[in-house]
Design a protein around this ligand. Structure first.
Ligand code: PMH
Length: 372
């Protein structure tokens, strides 16, 4: 007998057609020959990396970007041939796997290169992309003095192939361009200092490629947040050249319905007290699913109407105010649309005082990602 999973009605439903639409739309706005690197790190920003990557590749992405060696190992099992870049720092002891499985690594120090040499396999070379820190201050070389020795060490070694060079912008989604322009200048200066350019020069996230400066598309763009149908900022939303479709929704069902009499309370701390007789629904989702307690009071949709979470959110369950006595099993939408109403990841981000990127990332693995 097959073991069934996902008995609980709480699930994140991911619209893969939206992902495909977003990638295909981007593709139409790129210059000829510019490749799309689908940024699927952090389980594809919490959307489910394998299925998102499949959809992105179907729509034209040619490379996958992950953050860590473990993410690369996980993705390699599903995509044996696709070009794959680890954006973050990789420990040198990953070198044998990278060589065997043709995983491209990010490099930003000659010291790392020397330590990596101890792990070099005899046969296959490892592909590297140099990271320039043009102002993000995270990882990368930030001067000619650091870049040139690194470049020369890579070129001199038979065990490495210099396949790419890239940087990342700190303010690409902001209207003011001063900091951005300084980053661009430094990157261009360092790129010019190289005796020859590697195969893939890439600097642009969506905001950069489509809005800030289309001449910065170079050989590839790294497509992250807008692939998921989310805007990097409201400024970008006003000027993005095509509409994007959000892919993430979060749904559950009522598991219990009851009446609370005026004066009765509920939840830890008994923080909510009914002022009149009301109907209350219990939903099987709580802070252990990533719906943290700060979301108490957040709106949800039931029967196509907006209502809200009342009392404190528990670890696994929460209570919502019901406009009427719904039956157990009634669908409840926490993120997404129902009828004419929609609650967005941005609504949650605003309530939490954070950015939309963070919200699907922190919906925990206990919530299954299912695909439509
Ligand atoms: N390239 C790099 C190196 C990144 O770190 C990211 C996003 C992207 C591309 C994609 O950017 P986009 O999603 O804005 O299109 N990285 C992160 C981060 O580290 N924290 O938030 C977003």
């Amino acid at each position: 007998m097959d073991i069934q999973t996902n008995y609980r009605p709480t699930k994140a439903v991911i619209d893969l057609q939206a992902i495909e639409h977003n990638v295909a739309s981007l593709r139409q706005h790129l210059q000829q020959g510019v490749q799309i690197i689908a940024v699927v790190k952090a389980n594809a920003y919490g959307h489910g990396d394998v299925e998102v990557a499949k959809a992105a590749i179907k729509a034209g992405a040619t490379m996958l970007a992950v953050a860590t060696p473990d993410e690369a190992v996980h993705m390699r099992a599903h995509f044996p041939k696709t070009d794959m870049l680890i954006l973050g720092a990789t420990p040198p002891n990953f070198i044998p796997y990278a060589a065997k499985e043709n995983i491209t690594l990010t490099v930003f120090s000659t010291d790392w290169l020397e330590r990596a040499a101890a792990y070099l396999p005899q046969s296959q070379p490892v592909r590297l992309h140099i990271k320039i820190d043009s102002g993000m201050g995270r990882i990368g070389v930030n001067s000619r003095e650091e870049l040139i020795p690194l470049y020369e060490s890579i070129i001199a070694s038979p065990h490495f192939i210099l396949d790419g060079i890239f940087t990342h912008f700190a303010t690409a989604d902001e209207e003011d361009s001063l900091y951005f322009d300084n980053q661009v200048s430094l990157f261009k200066e360092l790129l010019m200092a190289l005796p020859s350019k590697p195969r893939l020069v890439h600097v642009a996230n969506t905001a950069t490629a489509l809005v800030k400066d289309t001449s910065l598309q170079y050989d590839a763009v790294r497509f992250g947040i807008s692939m998921y149908g989310l805007l990097p900022s409201s400024y970008i939303g006003e000027i993005l050249p095509f509409p994007i479709q959000p892919a993430f929704s979060l749904q559950t069902e009522l598991v219990h319905v009851k009446q609370l009499k005026a004066g009765q309370s509920l939840g830890y701390g008994a923080t909510f007290t009914a002022e009149e007789d009301i109907y209350v629904g219990t939903i099987p989702i709580g802070y252990a699913d990533g719906m943290i307690r700060k979301l108490s009071g957040q709106e949800v949709l039931v029967g196509g109407e907006r209502t809200k979470i009342i009392g404190r959110i528990c670890m696994d369950q929460s209570m919502i105010l019901l406009p009427k006595a719904y039956n157990v099993g009634e669908p409840v939408v926490l993120i997404g649309h129902q009828g004419q109403e929609r609650i967005t990841l941005d609504d949650w981000a605003n309530k939490l005082g954070t950015i939309n990127y963070e919200v699907p990332c922190v919906i925990t693995a206990r919530v299954p990602r299912v695909y439509k």
